[in-house]
Ligand binder design. Structure first.
Ligand code: 13P
Length: 248
């Protein structure tokens, strides 16, 4: 059976009072809960790993590609692992856009995450222009090939498909579009890494996942869970998404 993962990306939201949501979330988890990962802002990582109840794991939202050095303001994968976190989001479209991160940067970040023992949640996704020009699969294929290093195993990487136009907009692709892209990613992974590995890598959907659309999204066979932004900030919103994944 494939892993099921519900990951929350708090982005630049939340101070120490938000840590109470971790406890509230654990109280709301269903018995057969999937893996749950919360990615709070970096200053909260240490306290989040201490506050995280059983069943909730912690990840960061980015790491530097180098192990250490003169990179003022940046955070290495080893520093993240030292907080007790186990995951790191890399290649989020907000970083690709606002920090001009390239596929090569993301590839280097994946390697540094692995070196520190972290599981990267590697994001890819097309812009609205690409979608409207029918270029979605080309863009996704290019990002996948360029961002993912050799060395992927069955368990060391998670991939999140996040169409940029669906992030924070309340718009989501149709189930057919979700199925098409995730099936395409699966095919590419199998072609590159072989059936055993390619079949095992968890694929998450991200972009305006809410309690009322989660069950529909999880109908897609190759969707192993979700990377959730806004609706992960409050346990009351995230818990029903987790429940929908558990029931899928
Ligand atoms: P929203 O769920 O707020 O659309 O954000 C998705 C996202 O970017 C998660 O990384």
């Amino acid at each position: 059976m494939r892993r099921k993962i519900a990951a929350g990306n708090w982005k630049m939201n939340g101070t120490s009072t938000a840590l109470g949501e971790l406890v509230a979330l654990s109280k709301a988890l269903p018995l057969n809960a999937p893996e749950v990962v919360i990615c709070p802002p970096a200053p909260l990582l240490f306290r989040a790993t201490e506050a995280a109840p059983e069943g909730v794991r912690i990840g960061a939202q980015d790491c530097h590609m180098q192990a250490s050095g003169a990179f003022t303001g940046d955070i290495s994968a080893e520093m993240i692992a030292d907080t007790g976190a186990g995951f790191v989001i890399i290649g989020h479209s907000e970083r690709r856009a606002a920090h001009e991160e390239s596929n090569a940067d993301v590839r280097a970040k994946a390697r540094s995450a692995w070196a520190a023992g972290l599981t990267p949640i590697l994001c890819i996704g097309e812009a609205l222009d690409d979608r409207e020009a029918n270029n979605t699969l080309d863009i996704i294929g290019g990002q996948l090939a360029g961002s993912l290093p050799d060395g992927v195993t069955k368990t060391n990487t998670i991939i999140a498909y996040e169409p940029i136009w669906a992030i924070g907009t309340g718009k989501i692709p149709t189930l057919e579009q979700i199925i098409e892209v995730h099936d395409f990613i699966r095919t590419r992974l199998i072609a590159r890494f072989g059936k055993d590995i390619g079949d095992a890598i968890p694929l998450l959907y991200g972009g305006s996942v809410k309690p009322d659309n989660a069950a529909m999204i999880f109908e897609a066979e190759n969707v192993a869970g979700a990377l959730v932004g806004g609706a992960s900030l409050k346990a009351d919103d995230f818990a029903p998404i987790i429940a929908a994944l558990a029931a899928s």
